[in-house]
Design a protein around this ligand. Structure first.
Ligand code: ARG
Length: 459
């Protein structure tokens, strides 16, 4: 048991207590961040006249060798250390002797772990941003190639009005853009350096906190030492943003699962992104989409867990906060693999335009347009709604679509109908005439594509 304290203790820690308290099994993930933070810390100590330059160099060299040897497998992080901070410090002292004991000057594990977590979360935000950007590029391509792929739009899961596949995908594009912007906002708010806060009340050394912040690429130092060690808002914010990303992917997964079913047949997932059944030879299952939908639960769990852990903690640091890590790590890992696989899955799926268009042509998705036709011929909308409702009923009785009614049948309900009704209610017209910005018509969609194209170039 290698621990950084013990002077005031008269007994060894119980083994079970030690194990219960230890965080090495999961905070070993922080090795890179911990060493980066320590290097900046000693650089600042030397610049502030607290540590001689030659000792700074010795410490930095020692820290770098620990990182290199751990990454190469020569040095192994084992349970004999309480946490990653003890692992690094003990090994540093083993390697460079007494100078290593100066590393922790003007620092506490409280501000150290606060820094590690921030550096880690910041790195992860950058990676997640990249993944969301790649996902958005897939959506953008799908939109560009499906401007005229007609499909039914739904409300209450009932066919409502025709849209295009590009338009439907465009909805997910807007969600992804907001997801991306949320990540940027979180990164901006969290980008302040807590190192130098000490245990909770700063230190008596003349630390140059601005320098530490600059060395670690923060916008500046945090402004309250108690808040610096007690704040995990940025983790909660990230988990909340990840929840929303998963909620979006889960909704999309649900649609993919439906569209990929025999009943819909709108898309066909690629063999490489589907799985089979051990008993039913005909099966090709959308397991990836189902898992993305399913894993949403554990990501939500991480958020609920942390926001609950934090709610009763008095200022400043308390050991409860060690619980900020495991579920957060799991949530981040989960979201990253979900975005990546989901993007690959939709980039490779086959789109069955014919099935989509046939589906859009049934289900009276053009009924609103028939009513609008009457309005354009002087019939008040409420009357038009009733007339078309009766025509729909007639179609249902006869088992036909609105395009198959004869002109006499139309005229029997309203004299305002003319030969051009057929053109007016064709799926093509229904979609292509909807060109206010945000609507599925290709003119409107092209404007949105231009905006998105520019947006993707800026990120
Ligand atoms: N493992 C601890 C954590 O994750 C590091 C900080 C320990 N600080 C302390 N005062 N015991 O929160």
């Amino acid at each position: 048991m290698a621990q950084l304290w013990g002077g005031r203790f008269t007994k060894e820690t119980e083994k079970e207590v030690y194990d219960f308290n230890a965080s090495i099994s999961f905070d070993k993930r922080f090795l890179k961040q911990d060493i980066r933070g320590s290097k900046a810390h000693v650089t600042m100590l030397a610049a502030s006249g607290i540590l001689p330059d030659d000792e700074r160099d010795k410490i930095i060299e020692g820290l770098e060798s620990i990182l290199t040897d751990t990454l190469s497998g020569k040095l192994v992080i084992t349970d004999e250390y309480e946490d990653v901070h003890s692992f690094v410090e003990s090994n540093l002292i083993d390697r460079i002797g007494d100078t290593g004991k100066k590393l922790h000057t003007g620092r506490s594990r409280n501000d150290q772990v606060a820094l590690d977590m921030r550096l880690y979360i910041r790195d992860e935000i950058d990676e997640i941003k990249e993944l969301v950007a790649s996902y958005m590029k897939v959506l953008h391509e799908l939109m560009k190639s499906n401007l005229h792929t007609y499909m039914p739009g739904f409300t209450h899961l009932q066919k409502a009005q025709p849209v295009t596949f590009a338009h439907h995908i465009g909805a997910y594009m807007e969600m992804a853009k907001r997801d991306y912007e949320r990540l940027i906002g979180i990164r901006k708010r969290m980008n302040y350096c807590p190192l130098g806060a000490g245990a909770l009340a700063g230190t008596t050394y003349p630390l140059d906190r601005e320098l530490t912040a600059r060395l670690l690429e923060f916008a500046g130092p945090t402004l309250n030492s108690m808040d610096s060690v007690a704040d995990r808002d940025y983790v909660i914010e990230l988990l909340s943003a990840l929840n929303t990303i998963m909620m979006h992917l889960s909704r999309f997964s649900e649609e993919i699962i439906m569209w990929n079913s025999n009943e819909y047949g709108f898309v066909e997932l690629d063999d490489a992104y589907s799985t089979g059944s051990s008993i039913m030879p005909q099966k090709k299952n959308p397991d990836i989409a189902e898992l993305v939908r399913g894993k949403t639960g554990r990501v939500y769990g991480a958020y609920i867990s942390l926001i609950t852990t934090m709610k009763g903690i008095p200022l400043a640091y308390n050991k409860d906060m060690q619980e900020d890590k495991e579920m957060t790590f799991d949530a981040i890992d989960t979201v990253k693999s979900c975005i990546k696989l989901f993007a690959d899955m939709i980039a490779t799926m086959k789109i069955n335009e014919k099935r989509m268009e046939a589906s859009a042509s049934g289900g009276f998705t053009n009924a609103t347009d028939a009513a609008d036709y009457l309005v354009n011929h002087g019939v008040p909308f409420r009357d038009a709604h009733g007339i078309v409702g009766r025509l729909v009923l007639k179609c249902i009785e006869k088992g036909i679509s609105m395009g198959e009614l004869s002109l006499e049948e139309y005229k029997a309900e309203s004299e305002a109908f003319g030969e051009d009704i057929y053109e007016a209610i064709s799926i093509k017209t229904c979609v292509e005439k909807r060109n206010t910005i945000g609507a599925p018509g290709p003119e409107a969609m092209t404007k949105v594509l231009d905006i998105n194209e520019k947006y993707l170039q800026t990120i």
